[in-house]
Design a protein around this ligand. Structure first.
Ligand code: F6R
Length: 240
């Protein structure tokens, strides 16, 4: 894994946006794998600025998001579909019919996961997959476990994730307890991966990931199986 250490959140966001922009310039019709959460918000702001300045073009881009809560409606302001519209899609020249997020309202969530895996396969491998990392080492909503799922699946969120994400909801009780998420294999299928991490709360997870061992108690450690991963982090995430 290549590690780029940044001074602060701003520098991490600019660095990550530049990496994504370079991929888009190399192939303006590529697939971008995207993440939600607080970490990539600054990167999305930079990408919006670059698009408005005419430096990057989203008109030929397809996007596949990692995950979605379940159940949740797309117009719920805590849904990941809503997040993506608000933080990126509404502000750039992307064709929204080419933006994919797992269906948080599906009557049959297992079938929805199979359909999503098929969509991801049909659009083709992501030229780059953007990831954040959970305090517990999760990527997407692949939570620590004795065994990790390979493909898109329904998952129970752990207590740690529910607590960490409660800050976005009215109360902890309002955080959905399930999610639909790409599996580790789905994520590893991307041609290139960047994983962003800032703040000391991410230090333990980042350390385990960088230890170079495959450890199912830190799902991000599975990224060691991929040959092109860039960790873009700040000093606190790296050194605590
Ligand atoms: C979001 C996602 C999660 C987050 C992780 C970190 O799509 O899949 O794995 O990347 O929970 O979240 P933040 O950035 O809010 O600390």
């Amino acid at each position: 894994m290549k590690v780029i250490v940044c001074k602060n959140y701003e520098e991490m966001s600019v660095t990550a946006a530049q990496i994504v922009a370079d991929v888009m310039k190399a192939d303006p019709a590529c697939v971008l794998g995207l993440a939600t959460g607080s970490t990539p918000v600054g990167m999305y702001k930079k990408l919006i600025e670059m698009n408005k300045a005419g430096e990057i073009d989203f008109s030929g881009i397809t996007t596949v998001n990692l995950d979605e809560y379940y159940p949740i409606a797309p117009d719920n302001d805590q849904s990941y579909r809503y997040f993506m519209n608000e933080n990126l899609f509404n502000h750039v020249n992307i064709d929204k019919s080419r933006t994919f997020v797992p269906n948080g309202m599906a009557a049959d969530p297992v079938a929805a996961c199979e359909a999503y895996e098929e969509t991801v396969a049909n659009v083709g491998a992501a030229a780059i997959q953007v990831l954040g990392i959970g305090q517990n080492g999760h990527i997407g909503f692949n939570e620590p476990d004795t065994a990790l799922e390979v493909r898109t699946h329904v998952t129970d969120l752990t207590e740690s994730t529910i607590k960490a994400n409660a800050r976005f909801f009215a109360s902890e009780a309002d955080v959905p307890t399930k999610a639909l998420t790409m599996g580790i294999g789905t994520i590893l299928n991307a041609k290139k991966i960047i994983i962003l991490a800032n703040g000391a709360a991410k230090h333990e997870a980042v350390s385990k990931m960088l230890a170079g061992k495959l450890d199912t108690s830190c799902p991000a450690s599975m990224l060691n199986l991929h040959s092109d991963v860039i960790v873009v982090c700040d000093e606190a995430a790296l050194n605590g």
